[in-house]
Design a protein around this ligand. Structure first.
Ligand SMILES: Cc1ncc(COP(=O)(O)O)c(C=O)c1O
Length: 338
């Protein structure tokens, strides 16, 4: 067989999906499994959203859509960003994607060249490292330390910036530590990106999933909007992981290129999924506080339980749905999705 491409040798998989496949195989054999692996809510998609998706199929919304997404959903994203981030992006900046993950992939493809350096959190979401490796870029890890409540420290970013740094990826609320960066930390990060002419990808998939704190975004600085690619989606707080729907708000030039990557890779996001997403953004929102109340109870229970085990210590996460305990006896860290 001829040699595979460098990219094919660079890209790598994700343990959570591998363990999920194994767990489902055991379930098929009749074993009872408690799922602590894949990062998804243990609740079903709200009825109004599912019904909107089913209605779209019945209404024959089963054809191609513009690769950038249906106008109705893109307009709803404009409203959503205005409501939640305090500024109104232009329509040309809004791109709909089949899940947030392709948003990460294509944003990195648009901004990063082989040999560039990409700074991201350690520990962090595996896709950032895998895509960096696929692109022949160097992943530069910014450590998340328990003493800083697992928040990325702007000084650590500063120390890692070199002339080759092209992109900083920030994820807050964070997978897997549940940390939530403060407004001033994100402003400092945005300033560093401006001073050094670096792109920022802000993965805000858990934006509506915080406890005892608000969610902040590096796009709150006007200057940051020119270099920041904001990613958010429907998978987590609307319990829509299997629908595959996300969105990007990017500088116009970046959005245009993203559109071309989308058209070449997937043509468009599934039409009925987009109509379901419109209902998610514009319909009844009571599902989210209900879900967060439930997650908070589970968080408190699991953190208390972990802290009662000799040798374990676990901070109470401020966002998302992960607990990240330190296990002192073996100096290992275990990730749990509650
Ligand atoms: C930080 C982070 N970004 C992106 C994703 C992927 O989101 P989606 O399922 O919408 O592609 C996840 C899912 O676990 C995540 O934790």
């Amino acid at each position: 067989m001829p040699e595979l491409s460098k990219g094919a040798n660079g890209i790598y998989g994700e343990a959570a999906f591998e363990v999920l496949a194994k767990a489902q195989e055991l379930e098929r054999k009749g074993k009872s499994i408690l799922h602590f692996e894949i990062g998804e809510p243990d609740m079903e998609t709200p009825e109004n959203i599912s019904k909107a998706g089913i209605k779209a199929i019945k209404d024959k919304k089963t054809h191609y859509t513009p690769s950038i997404g249906i106008l109705e959903l893109r307009k709803a994203v404009q409203d959503e960003i205005e409501k939640t981030r305090g500024y109104r992006p232009n329509l040309e900046q809004v791109v709909i994607t089949p899940g947030l993950k392709p948003g990460i992939f294509f944003s990195m493809l648009v901004t990063v060249n082989p040999g560039d350096e990409v700074i991201y959190q350690d520990p962090g979401y595996p896709t950032y490292g895998s895509v960096s490796s696929f692109l022949g870029a160097k992943g530069v890890l910014a450590p998340l330390l328990e003493k800083n409540e697992f928040r990325m420290n702007p000084d650590d970013i500063k120390a890692r910036i070199t002339p080759k740094t092209k992109l900083i990826i920030v994820n807050s609320p964070q997978n897997p530590t549940g940390s939530v960066m403060t407004k001033s930390e994100l402003e400092e990060l945005a300033e560093l990106a401006e001073e050094n002419d670096i792109f920022v990808v802000s993965d805000e998939i858990y934006s509506k999933m915080t406890y005892e704190t608000d969610h902040f975004t590096p796009t709150s600085r006007d200057e940051a909007k020119e270099r920041t690619i904001l990613l958010d989606g429907f998978s987590k707080y609307y319990a829509m992981t299997g629908w595959r729907l996300g969105y990007i708000v990017a500088p116009v030039k970046v959005a245009e290129r993203l559109q071309d990557f989308l058209v070449s890779a997937v043509s468009c996001t599934a039409a009925f999924t987009q109509w379901a997403g419109l209902e998610a953004l514009t319909g009844d929102q009571s599902f989210i506080p209900e879900m967060m109340k439930r997650f908070k109870e589970k968080r408190d229970k699991i953190v208390k339980g972990l802290n009662s085990i000799p040798g374990f210590s676990c901070l109470s996460p401020k966002g998302a749905f992960y607990a990240f305990p330190q296990i002192c006896t073996k100096l290992t860290i275990l990730l749990l999705r509650y």
